[in-house]
Design a protein around this ligand. Structure first.
Ligand code: SIN
Ligand code: CO
Length: 381
């Protein structure tokens, strides 16, 4: 047995792992599955086992997905072709399969997720799709034709409103017929489609790649109790000429408090601006529905607008633009709005004369009209 087909583990990691597909002929020659298709069906009937049946044709709709546990009649009522049974984490239930995972010892064990087994009748497949994790697809019984395409796909390329993320159109750039013992390695993001030629068993050795959000949420939950929480503090606060500004050095303190390094500074600042100005209560005020022209007539006549007390405003100055944050919403404006943004942040009473002093009506019009329409500003009659 030559799991990596004669190439060294070092070479595999350097050239293929997370980079490009690798077909390994006879990686596991003469391998006998410790689980028969019938036993797999039996496992899929058990409560604690996660299983699915995907039926391309002959179901209530194309690519019908059903979750287990199943009962015997679910199998006996299936057509002759075009369906697949998938059973997750079979290694948890069959010790020989857990031992098979030990053969993949050139990858840290914590990266291994589980061994999924699929059984398909002729033409059975789960549809062309993309996985976010690395996988070794070991052909164990029967033949499967694998088609792949390494191009990038966009959200629109997938069938809508389906739990299964299947590509609408798929043209392969490479394909291979896998026989028992052959294995295909695919890195994350490579579109693939495996079609059973005849009754076939395929083992998927899948890897785990936790996302940034999963890690952050889990870490925070765990450490909420273990590590004392800490408040934002600024004993070195110096006097600001513009109190409405969220200064870069204050964003740095937030980032340090959150123990985040290496964040995209612009994204982080933008998130913080929205977060810190989010409203904590709903508005009680309903403005009159003026058109933009009528609104300015009224404003000129009345002379001032009042900011709803619930609304927080702050801004961040960038090189050639400013981000004005209003109630959790970001308005990216040219830096010619700086004086107006400062004025709006510093005053709950917004004088018409001051506004047009900072900005001509056309430039300010859209912004103020939007703030009025969102009930952030109103005429206090
Ligand atoms: C299968 O075994 O049928 C599908 C496995 C996969 O495409 O990830
Ligand atoms: Co897949």
């Amino acid at each position: 047995m030559q799991l990596l087909g004669g190439i060294s583990r070092e070479k595999f990691l350097k050239e293929y792992w997370q980079k490009k597909p690798l077909l390994i002929r006879q990686a596991f020659s003469d391998y006998q599955s410790p689980v028969s298709p019938e036993e797999l069906g039996g496992l899929a009937c058990e409560e604690e086992v996660e299983s699915r049946i995907i039926q391309e044709k002959g179901g209530e709709q194309a690519w019908q997905l059903r979750h287990g546990p199943f009962i015997e009649s679910d199998f006996t009522s299936l057509p002759e072709t075009h369906w697949t049974l998938l059973v997750q984490s079979v290694d948890h239930h069959v010790p020989e399969l857990a031992c098979l995972l030990d053969k993949f010892d050139f990858i840290p064990t914590w990266r291994i997720d589980d061994l999924m087994i699929s059984f398909a009748q002729a033409q059975g497949s789960v549809g062309p799709h993309i996985d976010n994790y690395d996988v070794f697809l070991l052909q164990v019984q029967g033949e499967r034709h694998w088609y792949i395409n390494e191009n990038d796909y966009a959200d629109d390329d997938f069938i809508k409103d389906s739990e299964l993320r299947i590509l609408k159109e798929f043209e392969s750039t490479q394909d291979w017929l896998l026989e028992p013992g052959d294995m295909l390695y695919l890195p994350p993001g490579v579109a693939h489609h495996g079609v059973a030629v005849d009754d076939c068993l395929t083992f998927s050795i899948g890897f785990r790649a936790p996302t940034r959000n999963e890690l952050l949420i889990a870490y925070t939950e765990k450490n909420d109790d273990a590590i004392a929480d800490a408040f934002y503090s600024d004993p070195d606060l110096s006097l600001q000429t513009s109190p409405g500004e969220i200064k870069k050095e204050h964003i740095d303190i937030v980032q340090a408090l959150m123990r985040l390094s290496n964040v995209d500074k612009d994204e982080f600042s933008s998130w913080f601006g929205c977060f810190i100005t989010e409203k904590t209560n709903e508005l009680e005020h309903e403005n009159k529905e003026f058109g933009e022209h009528e609104f300015w007539e009224q404003y000129k006549h009345f002379g001032k607008l009042t900011r709803n007390g619930y609304i927080r405003l702050s801004y961040i100055g960038n090189n050639e633009s400013i981000s004005l944050f209003v109630a959790g919403e970001e308005f990216v404006l040219s830096d010619s709005y700086l004086s107006l943004a400062r004025y709006l942040c510093e005053n709950h009473s917004v004088d018409y004369n001051r506004v047009i002093q900072y900005c001509d009506e056309t430039a300010a019009s859209e912004l103020l009209f939007k703030l009025y329409n969102n009930n952030y500003l109103f005429f206090d009659e």
